[in-house]
Design a protein around this ligand. Structure first.
Ligand SMILES: [Zn+2]
Ligand SMILES: [Zn+2]
Length: 280
């Protein structure tokens, strides 16, 4: 069975599984094909141990539709006959004996790690930057997005991406036309031709291909359409960056920055965590 529909059966033993199966059989309402259990302390403990989602209401325990269905199948609740369970057997041996579906251990091991000290991480703002969207250095040291809008178009070094569904070319991760996740393209900075990601050389001039190239981006049109869809005005003193420094030069969706600016949040450039007890 797919792990999505599996509970953490490895957390309980054969004895607990036997008890659980007993009450499930007993409290399976055939006409409604669902299970309603009495809120018994011992049963609730078993459910919690196996991380089984359940709801307690009016001292009764209920399960959602999926769980009802899955339990009906794997515990063979339609079958009136109650076969003997040897509680000393392994849980999965028992489960596979009563069910025709193979059930495996969803989580044989649990691993934990230390979280460090979040309170030690300093708020280091990037000089009041709201959005990791490149504006080019022409906007001046204020890095105001409205300066870029004044220019209409800005010359920026960005990636080239293509929508695998509708073929739309964009610089963003999500296709603005159909919402599909876009794929990286390579570009020849000599011929300005696009190539699939796995190509290394331009077939036309032989130059090595890059992941980014300078583009004249109409920031004015882009922001006005974004503001329209967000139904918001341009935030005051909304600041971006000169250029992108990440390897593939993917700009951040400007919507994120607008929402940061609206709520007075900034982009943070680092977080400090200490991991004194962590050893691998
Ligand atoms: Zn598309
Ligand atoms: Zn070329």
């Amino acid at each position: 069975m797919h792990p999505k529909y599996l509970d953490f059966w490895g957390n309980i033993d054969g004895k607990e599984l036997k008890i659980l199966r007993g009450v499930l059989k007993e409290n399976f309402i055939e006409s409604e094909k669902r299970i309603v259990l009495k809120n018994d302390k011992g049963i609730k403990k078993i459910l919690e141990k196996a991380f089984i989602c359940h709801k307690v209401e009016d001292s009764k325990i209920y399960f959602d539709e999926n769980t009802n269905y899955v339990f009906r199948i794997i515990f063979d609740l339609d079958n009136k006959k109650f076969d003997e369970i040897n509680e000393n057997d392994d849980v999965f041996m028992i489960l596979n004996k009563i069910s025709n579906i193979q059930i495996r251990n969803k989580a044989p091991y649990f691993m934990g790690t230390r979280m460090g000290r979040p309170e030690k991480s300093e708020r280091k703002s990037m000089k009041g930057v709201h959005t990791l969207f490149p504006l080019s250095d022409k906007v001046g040291s204020t890095r105001l997005v409205e300066k870029g809008i004044e220019f209409g178009k800005v010359k920026i070094d960005v990636c080239r991406k293509k929508c695998p569904r509708c073929g739309n070319k964009t610089i963003f991760n999500i296709c603005s036309k159909c919402g599909t996740h876009t794929e990286f393209q390579k570009i020849c900075n000599n011929c300005k031709k696009l190539f699939p990601k796995f190509e290394e050389q331009c077939s036309q001039c032989g130059k090595l291909l890059d992941f980014s190239s300078e583009a004249s981006f109409n920031i004015k049109a882009h922001i006005s359409s974004v503001l329209k869809s967000l139904k918001m005005p341009l935030p005051k003193k909304f600041k971006g960056i000169f250029g992108l420094t990440n390897q593939f030069k993917v700009p951040e969706p400007i919507e994120k920055g607008i929402l940061r600016a609206k709520n007075g949040l900034l982009v943070y450039n680092s977080c400090i965590y200490e991991e004194p007890g962590l050893s691998f």
